[in-house]
Design a protein around this ligand. Structure first.
Ligand code: SF4
Length: 271
């Protein structure tokens, strides 16, 4: 996804655009410090091995934090709110339309719900998202004395998580996206690709929810690997470990994947 914020180009959840500019690097064998043959699925070493292999291939962990953030975490919160239940293109279109005429969040807050609904229509669920947007902006103004979350940059991560989680329509994935991308805080957003890979690799049960997987990854993955690991896993899920026809023969982590070679009906979490 191209995360167009109106002031600075950033990307989250969709590294394909950035990755397409350069040929993927070859995954080095033996990149991790332990032999893959002794790795237990879901163990820290197994996770580190996978993330290092994917990072060698896609390299999103090399991107600095300021590549993603505008400096105003509220931008990221609203963008991620718009991204719910739609694709990146429609989300960006809605966001750009909204911000083009209303570059200050106070201007957006002053709009009627029906006006916001019209502006963000490309993102779908316009009425619901507009209501949440106005509600959230009102709460933030009341709590922060303005339409800004910059103060959160100095907050403890657990306080950020607690505050954002209490906002209407803001779930664990949105909270994690804002923390990882806009605040450079430890968080591992779990989308459909990350969830699918986690299940197929044996890091989570076949029926484990994205929320449960996120809890596990955030408790396990070192902070400095979270954002890059999230992006690398999404890229792998889009290019190789696809839902319906994964390219196991092309997969650099196949030797540590319990789903390698399994027929589709037995492969974990096909969706
Ligand atoms: S071996 Fe197949 S199922 Fe396992 S991660 Fe790679 S592409 Fe996905």
């Amino acid at each position: 996804m191209s995360r167009a914020t109106g002031t600075k180009r950033t990307e989250r959840n969709e590294p394909a655009k950035r990755a397409s500019g350069a040929a993927p690097r070859q995954a080095p064998r033996g990149a991790a410090s332990v032999s893959p043959s002794v790795l237990h699925p879901g163990s820290l070493n197994h996770i580190l091995f996978v993330l290092r292999e994917l990072e060698e291939l896609y390299g999103f962990g090399l991107l600095p934090a300021d590549e993603f953030a505008t400096g105003e975490p509220l931008d990221g919160l609203m963008l991620t709110l718009l991204s719910q239940n739609t694709n990146d293109r429609n989300r960006d279109k809605a966001y750009e339309t909204l911000r083009a005429g209303h570059p200050a969040w106070g201007e957006v807050a002053a709009l009627s719900s029906s006006d916001i609904t019209s502006l963000i229509r490309p993102a779908g669920l316009g009425g619901t998202k507009a209501a949440r947007m106005k509600d959230i902006l009102g709460r933030i103004f009341s709590d922060f004395g303005g339409y800004s979350l910059v103060a959160m940059l100095d907050w403890a991560p657990e306080d950020v998580r607690s505050y954002l989680s209490a906002l209407p329509g803001i779930g664990p994935k949105t909270v994690a996206c804002v923390m990882a991308f806009d605040l450079d805080m430890p968080a591992f957003p779990v989308d459909t690709h990350v969830a699918r890979l986690s299940r197929r690799l044996g890091w989570a049960g076949e029926k484990a929810s994205p929320e449960r997987i996120q809890e596990f990854l955030e408790a396990t993955v070192p902070y400095d690997l979270c954002r890059g690991g999230h992006l690398d896993m999404i890229e792998h899920g889009r290019k190789i470990c696809r839902a319906r026809k994964p390219e196991c023969g092309e997969c650099v982590i196949s030797r540590v994947c319990g789903s390698f070679g399994l027929p589709a009906e037995k492969r974990a979490a096909a969706r």
